[in-house]
Each structure stands twice: as structure tokens, then as C-alpha cells.
Ligand binder design. Sequence first.
Ligand code: SF4
Length: 696
Amino acid sequence: MVRDVRTFFSPEGSLARFKNFEYRPQQQQMAEAVAEALLTKNKLIVEGGTGVGKSLAYLVPAILYATEHKKKAIICTHTINLQEQLIQKDLPLLKKILDTDFTYTMLKGRSNYLCTYRLHRALRNAKYLFTDTEQAELERIKEWSEKTKDGTLSDFAVEPDPKVWSEVCSERGLCSPKVCGHKSDFAQDHPLCFFQKARNRIFTADLLVLNHTLFFINLGLVFNKLPDGVLMNNDFVIFDEAHTLENVASKHIGFSLSSGQYRYALNRLYNPRTQKGVFTSLLRPNEIPHIADALEAGEEFFSVLEEACDKACQATPQKLSWSDFRVRRPNLIGNNVASHLARIRDDIAEILKTVDDEESTSDLEYCSKRITEIQSVIGDFLDQSALDHVYWVEKNFVGRNPNPQLSLHAAPMDIAQYLRERLFGANTSVVLTSATLSMSAGTTALTDQAKAPQKGGSSSSKRRLSSNNRLPMGLEYVSNRLGGESSRLLQVGSPFDFERQVQLYLVNKMPDPREDEYQEKLVEYIKFFVKQTHGKAFVLFTNNQLMRKVAEELEPFFEELDLELYVQGMGLPRSAMLDKFRKNTDSVLFGLDSFWQGVDVPGNSLSNVIITRLPFVAPDHPLTEARLELIRLRGGNPFMEYTLPEAVLKFRQGIGRLIRTQSDHGIVVVLDSRILSKFYGSRFLEAMPKCAVEII
Ligand code: SF4
């Protein structure tokens, strides 16, 4: 198979018959490495620079291996854009080129699918469950359900009201043979639902494409390690955009509960505002006051929690306000909701004894299950029973509501141990890839940082980074953080000619970003460099307040130059902003975090990337704070071992926005003089591809 893969990507191979083919040795080497990892059930972490053609480099060996060995390839991406590229472009192309016949499908999050059973129920009980406007929306969903191809949200021309959709979409814990299985009454009059069709496709397809979030949600539901797989027996996994894995995994392996979710679970039984709900449809007026009490107790719980966080925040030096507050001790407040929730569960248990229709039974069982989950999340959060977890409260303002929505969160401080066991310890292949996984830029040379691969992964918990201040320049950083120490590490550089395509400007005259004149000089230099390319610029910020101030100050200047300015967070959704920027070559885009990575603007529209500040992560998010503490506790240096490598990775992602094709060219400007004045500046410079540099 390795030979077949090598030939496929060679100048004489099948791919070469297609127009626009360019032989890329990096792509060929990556594909061979993936094929080897699959054949030996090994783990591989491979950085493939921009332009390598990574997706084909892993899809081809994945297809060949899956079909030959009757395995299932699970391909995970972070962004919907890449998923769409795989499903709409790469896989159909490979269907035409490869001699091997294969099938593929995409799995979306469960709540994307219409549940025909819930729709049927909702229509029958509409007058008890919905207001008049909501009933009209329900009718619209019904009409759509008769025409839709895949029964998922993305098939709507105008998305439905989220409140109504949440009552008719597929939900975990509801599907059962009793409810709608082929022997059920419901199944007699209704064809297989969209969700079941999608699931059936998953079981039969050779390749399954899904996102990281869904992968980790499902991994959390697999309780016992599988003999030959990760999510399903006989599977293997390939993660693209793997630079986001640590954060996505942490988020989904922990737990969370918002005040809105608490309310929603109870409102399903009875909503005092609309006077609708399951209890109304079952004509159970005696239990309704219990719901009202539990809702009131919930309001009190979250409000007391907010006060407790405010008080603790005021007692914390240098912390004036909070949006994420770390709760460092158990029982910060009392649990005033437990008894109310227990009473509702008892009520449901009593009602269940008298109800004899299957639909109401399954509804009530589902509600009871959800309330049990909420009870246990609140209990676990207050007890802080998992010692290796970090606990925090998040405060968000939703829409125009002046009252914040609070949510409880818990996540493991160190995700490596979990992934070492559950992912890298699996008896199957795991491949991680991204354009940015290491501290240093790959050159056009091919770099193999291979260690002797260990069959079936390793359960070793040895971390090479914790006892000294050395910053690993290669892929060891990411393999250590993810618990993938047993993996083969490979870096294949980009085929682009950065020396010809990029000019780097380092502005030594800029004051330190912490000094007062920084903003004034920032404005001055943004003007200077934006003028050079007449717009076509991404200006990347790390601070929202500063971005807005600078945007305000520069607005008249851009107007004068007839340049359109798009500023993130000013009303225009991110994708619409990007779309306008791509189409309007005389424009400037000011962006925060999400524009540093995963954004692709090939061609003339983007010829200038301005980095306003080296992207050091703020240490005050509870999860970051806990990660830094953990390193300190191990005797390590948090700055060298986490803050700096993370900043270098993000910096590489930021500058990686500029050159997306062979013919792109442009400038990168760094307006943070610490890149030249501080001891760590060289780490950022080493992260740049080799290109022309001018210091001004
Ligand atoms: S299988 Fe699940 S999603 Fe499909 S109709 Fe039944 S309950 Fe709904």
C-alpha cells in the first residue's frame, strides 16, 4: 500500500492526470507516512505546511486502508469549512480518480436532525406546548419536513425559531426501540427518520467525517476501551486542524451547565409564562407549583452564586471584574435546588405509574433523566470531587438581556493523561495533522523527527518538558501536551517559495506594548503599512478594547483612502465579514482571536498581515491559570513551557494567513518590538519561514 500511495502522488501517478496537478514531494512524503502509520497501527503527528495538500495526503491512504482491511476511517476536522471541502470537493474528486470504490458520509451534531417522532408529538400537543406564533413556526417545519433531503438544519432556507426547533430536533436519550423502533406503533405510519438514516450510513460507510467536538462528545460516551478502535471497534482516526485539539478536548471531557439550560429543562414540564408544557398536556395541575418553586430556587442559586463570585473577586488583588471566575474551594454556596429537583423527580415517578401511553412515558422518562443530570452536575460542581479538575463560573450577556447568563464549568487541568489512555493508547492508528503544530517553521526540506514507533501506543506518563526550561522547537511540545509521546513526529515544510513571496518588516521603533505611547504609534504604523498595499490587509489584535479604539481613530483615514474597514464584533457575522473582505480588494479587516487561524483568503485580497502584538495568552482564564499552576507544581517554568510556545504557535498561525497559493505574495509586519528586544524574541523569528527581513 505504501508503494501504491507513493506512485499515486508521483509525477507519473493517477493524480498527475488531473489538471492543475503539481508534484509536491512534501505531499508524497506525508501520504507515505500516513500509510505506514495505518499499516502498523501506529500514531503519527505530522505538520504539513501550507500548500502541501494535506487532505489528499491523508484521504488517499485512509481510503485504501479502510477498504482493503474493512476498517472505518474517522476523519475529524475543527471547522465546518474544511468538512465541506472534504465532502464536496476532495472525496468526490477521489471517487473519480481512485480505482477503489468507497463510501463516505458526514455526521452532524444530533440537534441538527429533525426527530419525526418529536415533530409528530409536538403537532398533536401544539396548543399545550406552543404560543400562536410558535405554532405557525411548527407548521412551517412540518411543511419543510415533507420536502427536505437530509432533514438537517442546514437544509432550511430560513432557519427555524430555535425555541421551536429545540422541541422537534433529535435528542440524546430519547431514541429507543420502544418509542419509534420498527415494531413500534409510530413506525407503522412513519418511514425511517433522518437521524436513523444518518446513523445507518455511518455504520456502512468506509469514511466518516465529523468535527472535533462531536468526536469528543462521543468518546465520552464510550465507557470501556475498545479492543481495536477508538469510537467504534475496527476504526482508526485522523484529526486535521489538530492544533485546536487540546482546547476542544478539555471543553468536552469536562462538564457544564448554564442557567438557561436549567430553566429549559424545567420549562419542558411547565412554563409559567406560556402556561404550556408536558404537565399541562397530561392535566397535572397539582405538580405545577413544584416546577415554579424549582425555577425560583434556580434563580436564587445562580444569583447567590454570582454574588459569591463578586465577593471573592473583590477580595482578589488586581481582579476588578470577572467574566470567568475560578472557584477554588468546594461548597462556595449551598445547594438550595437539590430538594426541589428531587421532588420533581418523585412527581414524575408517581405520574409514570398512572400513564399508560408510550409517548407520555418516554417524554416523562426523558425529563426525569435530564433533571437527574442537572442535579448531579450542580452537586459535582459544588463538591469539586474530581481533584484534577478546574472549576469555574462563566458570565455571559445574551442578546439585549441586561441580566447575565451564568454557567458552571469543570474541565481536567491536564488533558494529556486522558488522551494518552483513550486516544493514543488505543490499539489502532491515530494521525494528527495541521499546518501549525511545531515551534519552528518547516522549510522546503523534509524533517523527520521520528522516534522508534511503539506498537499500539504507550501508557507512559513521562513528560519530557517539565524539569527544565528548554523550549522544544519541534513537535514534542504538542505531543507532550496531548499525551502523544509515543507518536512518530514528522514535519514536512511548505512547497511555497517564501523568500520570493514574503517580505517581513520588524518595527523596532515601536514602544513596548505596555507603554503609554504604544497606541499612538500603532495607529501611525498601521496607516503607513496599509497605505503601502492600499488595503488588502488583515490587522490582527489580541485585545478587543484596543482594536475598537484604533478602529475608531483610523476610520477617517481609511475613508480618505477609500478603503472599507471591517471590524470584528461590530454586528457583521464573521463569515459575512470575510466574504466582503475577499470580494472587496480595497479593504482592511481588524480581527481578534478567530482571525489568527483557520481563515483562508487566497489571491490579491490579502497581501498584508499586520501583527499588532505578540499573541501571549492572558493568564487569567481559569483553565490557563490552572495549566500554568500545574507546570509550576511540577517544578517547571510556566512561561517557557506554556505561555511562550502557545504564543509562538499562534504567531505562526497568524502569519500563515498571508500565503495560501504559489502565486500569492505580500508583507508581514510585526508591530511588537519585543520580538527584537526580548530574549524570547528569537523564538518568534525562528518560527517565521525563511524570507526577506527589514528592520525599521
Ligand atoms: S430514532 Fe430518535 S430521532 Fe429518530 S424518530 Fe426516533 S426518537 Fe426521533
